[in-house]
Design a protein around this ligand. Structure first.
Ligand SMILES: [Zn+2]
Length: 131
């Protein structure tokens, strides 16, 4: 488990597989040139996707338990991670990107929901372009 991931990790690959099954195309992986380096981007629709690990990014859907040892360290570490996530999202939104955050647990428990959220973001993008 690493906070900074130079290449695709398990949950990201899982999402890519789901997108493939759903026949959703046109994305790029690890966009180095965008704020926060989103895990996946759809350049045409300007949709950026983060696939977040529940532990590092403090998923809101289940327990936010702290490791038993070095609690102060972990508290600070997680706080910094979350602030960085918020900064990334803000920077992308300011550049007119739509941001979708997909949690690791959602991806395993309800992959259809993840795909639905990606689709929703993409179709809104097209509506914007059509104007
Ligand atoms: Zn979670």
């Amino acid at each position: 488990m690493r906070a900074n991931r130079p290449k695709s990790t398990g949950p990201e690959l899982r999402l890519q597989r789901l997108l493939q099954i759903a026949r959703i195309k046109g994305y790029r992986v690890n966009a180095q040139d965008l704020p926060g380096r989103p895990d996946l981007v759809f350049p045409t629709e300007k949709v950026a996707i983060f696939v977040n690990g529940c532990f590092w990014h403090r998923c809101p859907f289940h327990g936010r338990s702290l490791p038993r040892a070095n609690r102060d360290y972990w508290r600070l570490k997680f706080q910094l991670n979350r602030e960085r996530d918020r900064r990334k999202e803000r920077a992308l939104k300011e550049a007119h990107w739509r941001v979708v955050t997909i949690w690791e647990c959602e991806l395993s428990r309800n992959p259809n929901l993840s795909i639905k959220r990606v689709r929703a973001a993409l179709s809104r993008g097209q509506a914007v372009h059509a104007r």
